[in-house]
Design a protein around this ligand. Structure first.
Ligand SMILES: Cc1cc2nc3c(=O)[nH]c(=O)nc-3n(C[C@H](O)[C@H](O)[C@H](O)COP(=O)(O)OP(=O)(O)OC[C@H]3O[C@@H](n4cnc5c(N)ncnc54)[C@H](O)[C@@H]3O)c2cc1C
Length: 321
C-alpha cells in the first residue's frame, strides 16, 4: 500500500526524546500541505514518549512497543521498522542525522529498496516529490535530489537545521503498530556510554561567542572566553581557526561543524561564507562585528557593529557583570 503520509522516526535516549526528531515533526507539519504527519516510535513499555510527543502535534504516533528496545541493536531497530514501514509505504520518511539515525536509515533503505539522501539541510515538496537539498562538490554548491519512483522518499537531516515548536491545538492519535521483535545474531549491546564532546554542547549552547580569522589573537580569545563565561555561553570558531593550536574541529561552526540553536550569537571577525552561515541560521539573535561594512555576515545579522573586534569585546565585557 502506498500512502501520502510523512513519517518521522523518533529517537529516544532513555526517556528523553532526541531533539532532532521534534524538529523534524515541526518541519514535516510545515511542508505537509494536507499530508498527515506520523511519528514512528520504537520504545520499551516503561518509556511512553508518545505523551511528550503529542505537544508537537503529529497527526498520529505509531508506537512499536517491546522491552527489547532498551538494548536493541541498530539492525534490530531497522528490522522492526521495516515490518511497519513495508505495510504502510508512506510518501516520505525523515530521520535525524544522529549517530543512530545514520546507522538505521541506510539499513532500512536497503530493506525497503528505495532511495536515501543523507545529511540534508532543507526539504520541501514539489507536487508529490520530496526535494532533498544537500551540499555537494566539496560543499561549495547546494543540490536538489529527488527520488521519483520509489516510496518512501527517505532523508536524514542534520540536527538543529530546523526548530521544534510546540502546538496548542493537537489532536494526536496514538496507535500500537503490529510487528514482531526479532533478535539479530551478529551483535549484542553490552553497555551504553553516551558520547560527550564539546561540539554537541556547542549545538545546544544558549549563548555562543564565535571567533573568526579577523579576531584571532591571544587577547581576543581571552576576552571572548571571559565574555562567554559571564553570559553562561561557549566560544566557537569559523573553520580557519581550527588550524590554530587553541581550537579543534569540535569548536567549528558551519557545514562541517556545529549547527547552532543559540538564543544569542556574537560573530567576531567572521566574513560570512555560506559554509559558515548554514550553521547559524537557527540562532535567534545574531550580533556581528566586522571592520568591513560590506561583509556578507551582516546580511544574516540582527545587529551590526562596523569596527574592530578588540574594541567591541573590551567595551562589552566591561558592561556585562
Ligand atoms: C568544503 C568546505 C567546507 C567548509 N566548511 C566550513 C565550516 O564548516 N565552517 C566554516 O567556518 N568555514 C568552512 N569553510 C571555509 C569557508 O569557506 C570560509 O573560508 C571561512 O568560513 C572563512 O572564515 P572567516 O570568516 O573566519 O575568515 P575570513 O573569510 O578571512 O574573514 C575574516 C573577516 O574578519 C574581518 N576582520 C579582519 N580584521 C578585523 C578586525 N580587527 N575587527 C573586525 N573584523 C575584522 C574581515 O573584514 C573579514 O570579513 C569551508 C570551505 C570549504 C571549501
Amino acid at each position: 500500500m502506498d500512502n501520502n503520509e510523512i513519517w518521522v522516526y523518533v529517537e529516544t535516549v532513555g526517556s528523553r526524546i532526541e531533539p532532532t526528531s521534534l524538529q523534524l515533526i515541526t518541519k514535516a507539519k510545515a511542508i505537509a500541505d494536507g499530508r498527515k504527519v506520523v511519528a514512528v516510535l520504537p520504545e520499551a513499555s516503561t518509556i511512553k514518549a508518545e505523551n511528550s510527543l503529542q505537544a508537537y502535534g503529529p497527526d498520529r504516533v505509531e508506537t512499536l512497543v517491546d522491552d527489547h528496545f532498551t538494548n536493541a541493536t541498530d539492525e534490530e531497530i531497522a528490522d522492526a521498522l521495516f515490518q511497519v514501514l513495508d505495510q504502510n509505504r508512506p510518501n516520505s520518511l525523515l530521520f535525524p542525522a544522529t549517530i543512530l539515525g545514520r546507522s538505521i536509515a541506510p539499513r532500512l533503505q536497503a530493506k525497503l529498496q528505495t532511495g536515501l539522501t543523507g545529511d540534508c539541510l532543507d526539504i520541501f515538496y514539489e507536487n508529490d516529490l520530496l526535494v532533498q537539498v544537500k551540499p555537494t562538490y566539496g560543499d561549495n554548491v547546494m543540490c536538489d535530489i529527488v527520488c521519483p519512483e520509489k516510496r518512501p522518499q527517505m532523508v536524514t537531516v542534520r540536527p538543529n537545521t530546523f526548530r521544534a515548536e510546540k502546538v496548542t491545538d493537537f489532536q494526536t492519535k496514538v496507535v500500537k503498530a503490529s510487528f514482531t521483535f526479532h533478535k539479530e545474531g551478529n551483535s549484542q549491546i553490552i553497555a551504553t556510554d553516551p558520547i560527550i564532546n564539546s561540539s554537541s554542547k556547542l549545538d545546544d549552547a544558549k549563548v555562543v561567542i564565535a571567533l573568526g580569522r579577523g579576531a584571532y589573537s591571544a587577547k581576543n580569545i581571552q576576552l571572548a572566553q571571559d565574555l562567554a563565561a559571564k553570559l553562561g555561553g561557549m566560544v566557537g570558531v569559523s573553520r580557519p581557526l581550527t588550524d590554530e593550536d587553541e581550537f579543534t574541529h569540535d569548536d567549528q561552526i558551519g557545514i562541517g561543524g556545529a549547527s547552532l540553536s543559540a538564543d544569542l550569537l556574537i560573530n567576531l571577525g567572521i566574513s560570512g561564507a555560506v559554509q559558515y552561515t548554514v550553521g547559524i541560521k537557527n540562532a535567534k539573535k545574531i550580533v556581528s562585528v566586522n571592520i568591513d561594512k560590506d561583509a556578507p555576515i551582516f546580511d544574516e545579522s540582527d545587529f551590526a557593529y562596523v569596527g574592530d573586534v578588540t574594541d567591541f569585546l573590551t567595551a562589552l565585557t566591561a558592561q556585562v557583570r
